[in-house]
Write a protein that binds this ligand. Sequence first.
Ligand code: ATP
Ligand code: MG
Length: 545
Amino acid sequence: MNKPQHPGSTSNFIRQVIEADLASGKHVKIRTRFPPEPNGYLHLGHSKSILLNYGLAKEYGGLCNLRFDDTNPEKEEQEYVDSIVDSVKWLVGEQAAAPLYASDYFDFMYQCAEHLVESGNAYVDSQSAEEMKHNRGSFTQAGVDSPFRSRSTAENLDLLKRMRAGEFPDGAHVLRAKIDMASPNINLRDPALYRIKKEKHHRTGDKWCLYPMYTYAHPIEDAVEKITHSLCTLEFEDQRPFYDWLLNKLADGGLLERPLPQQIEFARLQLTHVLLSKRLLIKLVEEGHVDGWDDPRMPTLAGARRRGYTPEGFRRFAERVGVAKENSWIDYSVLEDCMREHLNEIAPRRMAVLDPLKVVVENYPTDQTEELLIPNHPQKPDMGKRPVPFSRELWIERDDYQDSPPKGYFRLFPGNKVRLRYAYVVECVSYDKAADTVRCRYLPETRSGTPGSDSVKVKGNIHWVSVKHAHQAEVRLLDRLFKTEKPEGQDDLNPGSLKKIRAQLESGLREAGTEAVQFERHGYFIADRDGFNRTVTLRDSWQKT
Ligand code: ATP
Ligand code: MG
């Protein structure tokens, strides 16, 4: 019995639940959701949740909702909403439907609150915040009932309505579930459902001065949208009993239909060399350590996109990492490898000199230009060829020439021959120090692709760019933003994370689009804002020693 599986994927415990629910007829079609709070840009950790939720929906012919968990009026902004929609679309393509908003369910959530009061499952507590905290008890000590816990239904309902009408200041009263102050699970000790907050909301404006708590709102949002499997990270495991308690009370009261959504927890993505906490990322932006949320060094999806990371690279990464029940650390190089692997397949090759040194080919006619046809990808002939101009003056990399070469150096030095990639073999004559120029002579019979190309054997093969055709551009050599494996903040920033240079690029790069390219011998790059960003080097230079 061989079932088709995503290669390398280990989200089997979630698949097992889904498959059992489909087999038993509990659900005909599954529905998952990705529920960000619009209080920051999405980060690399979110890619795991997005690809898991949209991936399962696709695999089982279901749907996935993008839902803004916008129940907290503070800190939420339209800029964040827009960037999140953008990043999700970028990552999952046309599978991304128009977003939904938890704030659209505020009326229904309030109706549910009145029902809980009427059915004796919630009460208005008027203790101060400190008293409430103190009376909640601890892991080792049971909580103490609030003196307001025995208020009559009529009094509770009256207070709740007046809270909603704005009669009380922030903090005067709280609506709480009536469950069990002695429960070993602290989350069941009469959790708060609503608090007074006289704040303007980014979508509902001044309509509400009473806002639902996340733990109350989230299960209702799932149920309203008929989510079948509500996937969340492990820290919500202790919330699951309340999730089920709440939805069952509301279903018993006829406010919700069964079957109810099922919460399933998985391990969050923890990546070395980055910070995946909005609170800390906001600090980096606000304190100016980076150039905004979408700085290509930022571990945000908007930053990753500008850096040249690809959705396909993220999919490979999600599959490689899999989904587990235990938290563990993933080395950042795993993500880079996935990007490298994908870019190697799709990126056309180009020549770019990042640290230019001039070469004059003495015996090449002064006014001549040849168009050489160079393959775009050495292993993929179907990617075609491009014309690249060759002329008497060329740029090469400064470290491709040495006056007195160390042992084993096969590139240019006086008397040595190398191949100029896809062009000719040249012999180094001398180095003119005053002009900072290497003088060479070329061997006309050795042109690549002609029968004579093998007539002279050389060990070095270097890239070049014709001086008079070169496109001079800014290239940003991006590296990891943090130098330490488990960074905690600005003290761990890598001072070498951004190096800007003026580079000499082959002329075709003047019209570079938004597709990734490989600069031969250097890495993968992408055009971005009047220059090029380095996405990733060809090889990992961060390997542990
Ligand atoms: P932060 O802790 O950075 O503020 P968050 O988890 O509060 O992030 P939300 O907007 O609440 O951010 O997250 C939306 C969804 O993304 C949630 O379902 C959450 O579980 C999931 N998520 C967040 N971080 C990760 C992560 N590192 N790995 C996997 N899923 C994540
Ligand atoms: Mg959160």
